[in-house]
Design a protein around this ligand. Structure first.
Ligand SMILES: Nc1nc2c(ncn2[C@@H]2O[C@H](COP(=O)(O)OP(=O)(O)OP(=O)(O)O)[C@@H](O)[C@H]2O)c(=O)[nH]1
Ligand SMILES: [Mg+2]
Length: 309
């Protein structure tokens, strides 16, 4: 499925295609005249698409208010009002742009539970940034899983970016520290720190992450400029719990929603923002280096209910 998304605009639209299919049917049902039944249908579809309870209620309330304003306001008006409400939840495009340092290296710390796509996302992001002419370094602060360092090193070689590693089983905070030292010395533009997968319920590993974060903060003022939580788009509402838990340890500034190519439920983007105020900034759409897109709120809003009937 990942091969579906090949080029620019088509690829962008493609990311949210399945979500469109889901919501479209019900709003079309509503075209003949929105009533309680169609409101319920919209509610059900939003929940199925992972918008979450809070955002769903907010959206259905808005649709209901539109409905009360008069029968003349038909399907198109309801869709427009829902779009406006979603746009309001998602906020301005500035919120979804990656922050950069004003001086010295920009540092992104990449975190998340096991197997969600952290290392792949680091590689994709490094590839993207390097393609824009930036000098990039990837740091393997996953000293825990055997093979993790080699995995990142292989990507770094392929992309042609700087790579820094520590000792297997060593202190990941020390790797992060060394990476920042090296980045400053070499004039690196962006440092991407890949961390080990950790279950948010494992207190010891969460404390280790807090230490990495502390070391980065002390070493470079303003860093990390982004703490990116990678979430697997296929896990549904469990993503909310992961965000909640990581937020209590580190200052999660943005989300990389990986594996969106395998999920039909992109509403999680809205749920995460509505319930935790954290924006999705990047979307992973496959296993290849090119399969990463900047999250575009306007494109998302346009795609959710599909083209005008
Ligand atoms: N389809 C799809 N697969 C992905 C995507 N991102 C990552 N993967 C795959 O998911 C698997 C795990 O990816 P990794 O990047 O190793 O995940 P990780 O979070 O670094 O894993 P740990 O370091 O073990 O916690 C790999 O097989 C990746 O190819 C994506 O956007 N789409
Ligand atoms: Mg990894």
């Amino acid at each position: 499925m990942s091969r579906l998304y090949k080029t620019g605009p088509e690829r962008k639209k493609g990311i949210w295609k399945s979500l469109v299919d889901l919501a479209l049917t019900d709003v079309r049902v509503a075209a003949g005249g929105l009533d309680e039944t169609s409101l319920e249908a919209i509610e059900e579809r939003l929940l199925t698409a992972d918008f979450g309870v809070a955002a769903t209620l907010r959206l259905v309330d808005r649709a209901e208010a539109e409905l009360r304003r008069g029968k003349a306001r038909g399907h198109a008006a309801v869709v427009e009002s829902l779009k406006a409400e979603i746009a309001e939840i998602l906020g301005s495009p500035d919120d979804t742009a990656l922050a950069t340092a004003t001086d010295g290296p920009t540092v992104y710390l990449v975190v998340g539970v096991n197997g969600v796509g952290k290392t792949t996302s680091v590689a994709k992001l490094a590839h993207w940034l390097a393609g824009r002419g930036l000098r990039v370094m990837v740091a393997a602060a996953d000293t825990f899983r055997a093979g993790a360092v080699a995995q990142l090193e292989t990507w770094a070689e392929r992309i042609g970016v700087d790579f820094l590693k520590g000792q297997q089983g060593g202190d990941p905070a020390a790797v992060a520290f060394d990476a920042l030292e090296a980045a400053e010395a070499r004039g690196t533009d962006v440092v991407l720190i890949d961390t080990a997968g950790r279950l948010h319920t494992n207190r010891g590993l969460m404390q280790e992450l807090e230490k990495i974060d502390r070391v980065v903060r002390r070493r470079i003022e303003g860093a990390p400029h982004e703490t990116l939580l990678v979430l697997d788009a296929t896990v549904g509402q469990n993503a909310m719990r992961q965000l909640e838990a990581f937020k209590s340890s580190v200052d999660v500034s943005g989300i990389v929603l990986a594996k969106m190519d395998s999920s039909a439920r992109g509403g999680i983007v809205v749920a995460l923002r509505q319930e935790h105020g954290v924006p999705v900034k990047l979307v992973g759409t496959g296993e290849a280096l090119e399969d990463l897109a900047a999250f575009d709120p306007a494109a998302f809003v346009e795609a959710v209910f599909g083209p005008e009937p």
